[in-house]
Design a protein around this ligand. Structure first.
Ligand code: UDP
Ligand code: MG
Length: 350
């Protein structure tokens, strides 16, 4: 796994290319790499592990990973992304690196959040297949071979499904609701969007941009870029050490993030289609209400000043116009920022 690029070039196409399944979408000539993936894949598999204050779990996690991956007979790297831990996590990782050359450590200066850790892990990963998993031992590394097999069936992203969950009920019930709403709104037929354990083809991690707290919606972002999403039931375990890093805030933030995920995928390049329609409907309702009242006033000469509905109608018109203006502003921003980088190119055959 420590081959240099020069060595790679000398040996020609890596054996990983031949390992692709016949029906896999990645089977394409090497020079047609996706736009944002300048580096060559030097590994068959990268495991990206975001962690924040997980000192007690890391050693055991590393042992489990090693025993599973050791049996798989492939070149791999273990990319630990320390998201600004304030405990001894980094020292533990350094000790692990001393005994295992597969271990790589990225350490943030401060706590940026899981999405940031994933984004940087994705960027630095060099594997053909990228697995993400939580560091708290809730995800089982023994699932990795099954995830990879599922990917080889022709999927671009395989998401774990914690069918039997070992989490408190305050977490599982809202999570079901969220998953249901997300499934309905996005049309992606999976049950557990926020599972930490996922497998990706290299193309996906080099294309999808995870930021803010959008780690919950990576399948939504990937689906929008045209990748095929699959699902696999995985074992889930109770948290043994430390505590969850996401409090009750996860629910309302999760909802706002769903809005962001939907808006930035569907309407990023055409905001007026959303705001314009909303605005026209609102303003139209206002016009109809006020129109009726004005006709009544005209016919019966009743005073408009004691008709509160008239003010509601006027308000709707103003709000509608504001929606349309926001949409137009959005279009201006979108136009000045338009670039071909926004489009995920699958092949470029010259
Ligand atoms: N995590 C992180 N940065 C954060 C919060 C969490 O890297 O700001 C990591 C955390 O260490 C764990 C994973 O993200 O490896 C999932 O977090 P957690 O187990 O707290 O989430 P839950 O299982 O409660 O959904
Ligand atoms: Mg957890």
């Amino acid at each position: 796994m420590n081959d240099t690029p020069a060595q790679q070039a000398a040996t020609g196409p890596t054996q990983t290319d031949q390992q692709q399944p016949r029906n896999a979408p990645q089977q394409r000539p090497r020079q047609h790499a996706p736009q944002r993936a300048p580096q060559q894949p030097w590994n068959d598999l990268s495991v990206v592990i975001p962690l924040y204050n997980e000192e007690d779990s890391l050693k055991e996690l590393h042992q489990q990973l090693r025993s599973t991956l050791g049996r798989m007979n492939l070149r791999y790297e273990l990319l630990f992304v320390d998201d600004g831990s304030t405990d001894r996590s980094f020292q533990v990782l350094r000790d692990l690196k001393r005994v295992d050359k597969h271990v790589k450590i990225i350490r943030f200066r401060r706590n940026y959040g899981k999405a940031a850790a994933l984004a940087v892990g994705f960027d630095k990963s060099q594997g053909n297949v990228v697995i993400t998993m939580d560091a708290d031992l809730q995800d089982d590394p023994a699932e990795i071979p099954a995830l990879k097999r599922k990917l080889d069936e022709g999927y671009d992203l395989v998401s774990g499904w914690k069918k039997v969950r070992h989490d408190p009920i305050t977490k599982t019930i809202p999570s079901r609701f969220f998953n249901f709403v997300t499934r309905v709104l996005t049309g992606i037929n999976i049950h557990d969007f926020n599972c930490g354990l996922k497998a990706y083809r290299r193309d996906v991690v080099k294309t999808v941009k995870v930021y803010g707290e959008l780690h919950r919606y990576v399948p939504v972002l990937a689906h929008w870029e045209g990748f095929r999403i699959g699902e696999l039931v995985v074992q889930h375990r109770a948290r043994r050490y430390g505590k969850t890093k996401f409090g009750m805030g996860r629910f309302w933030k999760g909802f706002l993030d769903l809005l962001t995920a939907l808006f930035t995928t569907r309407y990023l390049r055409r905001p007026l289609h959303l705001f314009g329609v909303l605005g026209m409907l609102t303003a139209l309702a206002g016009f109809i209400i006020d129109g009726v009242l004005v006709v009544e006033w005209f016919l019966q000469m009743t005073s408009l000043s004691n008709r509160p509905l008239f003010f509601s109608g006027s308000m709707l018109i103003v709000i509608g116009i504001q929606f349309i203006s926001i949409g137009l502003l959005g279009e201006m921003i979108s136009k000045t920022r338009a670039s071909s980088e926004e489009y995920a190119i699958r092949d470029y055959i010259k």
